[in-house]
Ligand binder design. Sequence first.
Ligand SMILES: Cc1ncc(C[n+]2csc(CCOP(=O)(O)OP(=O)(O)O)c2C)c(N)n1
Ligand SMILES: [Mg+2]
Length: 539
Amino acid sequence: MTARGADLVVGALADGGVRHLFSLSGNQILSVYDATIGCDLRIIHTRHEAAAVHMADAWGRLGEEPGVALVTAGPGHLNALSALYGALMAESPVVLLSGHAPAGQSGRGAFQEMDQAGAAAPVTKASWVAKDAARLGEDIALALEVARNGRPGPVHVSLPGDLLETKVGDGSVARVAIEPRGSMPVAEGDLRRVIELLEAARRPLILLGPAMARPARRAVLDRLTAATGMPALPMESPRGVNDPWLHMATGCLGRADLILLLGKKLDFAVRFGGAPPFEPACRFIQADWDAEALDRSGRVSLGLVTDPALLAEHLAASAPLASRWREWGEEVAVARAMVPAEWEGLRRSARTPMHPLRVCAELQPLLDRGAVLVADGGEFGQWIQAGCEAGTRMINGLSGSIGSALPLALAARLRHPDRPVIAAMGDGTFGFHAFELDTALRAGLPVVAVVGNDARWNAEHQLQLQHYGPARAIACELQPSRYDRVASALGGHGEHVERPEDLGPALERAIGSGLPACVNVVIDGVAAPTYRATPAPSH
Ligand SMILES: Cc1ncc(C[n+]2csc(CCOP(=O)(O)OP(=O)(O)O)c2C)c(N)n1
Ligand SMILES: [Mg+2]
């Protein structure tokens, strides 16, 4: 059989270790669908292009290997872009392949013709339109390599429909190998300067960017903390230094006299290094893969372009730093484990509507048994993030976007087929991708959506109360809808819960059903957690 451009695309994906394409069909990509027949490349097709990209994002975050989404041209491509922003901010290796108007009609007003590479450029590491049918395999191999190299992130390639259909040879599709860029060594002088600054510090603290905080690189950080005592905190929430999951450790930021930013930009998440939370005298060191990511405001005393994980490795092996900050490290760890004193009562509270912490208390045994937790944003999402501990946990991330939890959960289930996967989100958020419960059913990915239903966009409602007062709360109310019935209508399992004692059994039934499920929980729409109260040890 004569190979087409589309066969080169599929061949290069397979050679690159890609086994799943998260996709929504469209005219310009049907040749790629056709080319997958008989290949070890499964198409999981979604109900919205953004969901396909969210799934690719989760796949990337969970395994550090690129998740690949395939969408159609023009509007399909544009639908995918908001989710690409999520992957960019989460530093997730993702490749978005979009169908594109035929190259042969370029500039003539072809169907769905637009500047797709330009549109994707602000939310990608690299973005281009393939030019040559015979070299489509190289485009794919390069995209996979760029996505995973250095700071991981999304890459976009537009695939003109006519190139995909072009005959390119006799079917013997040549393997394409792109040489991976080698890791970046740490210059000896740089390492010496970092060690000198650290030696002078009494309470140094490491802040990690999202990629550094994920398990693959986190292991190095754990070794560094074990060797030196120096604590490390992830900055992966849009609430940054106020990430509710940090608990009382947020209060330790103001006590640090040196912050070591590893793969973490000096951005909004860390309040640009300002006071509060940081003392004006606190010094900053920044190590990053990219020179463009280094601070230019003058706040950082030492900026290095290097692989931050490799720097951590060297620091862990540095004799002068060994065991230097044991007490301080312990102090931060204890603060991380402390939550406000009143939480214990709220976790047990029998009142209705339920407090979000009571929902956390009912979820925790499932997480202790190995369930994966995906938490979205909004006030309910913040409570879940703050009040639950999970071995495998994914949150919406620094994009601050709501809506991704359900598609992220589907990919988590694909990655961990033997573990229950719980996606917790507010009622407003559920509306973004509720129909992915249908994808879940078709693809055999039973996840449990736990919807905290307070019949409003509470996070914004709370901001209105704070800034404009109760008399000027406007346009944030929703219906107290029975979202569980959405799941049943789509062939899944639905549970509606109003009383706290019913939640645990409802969750068990939802997981036991083996179907995609929605547990609609009527909750009290309280404001997200804050940490001013007297601390108590957490559960
Ligand atoms: C894509 C996107 N649109 C809008 C927002 C603004 N936003 C943040 S939280 C929120 C409310 C979420 O409501 P819900 O899911 O019901 O959770 P709740 O806050 O009520 O617990 C909104 C509208 C956002 N962060 N992302
Ligand atoms: Mg809500």
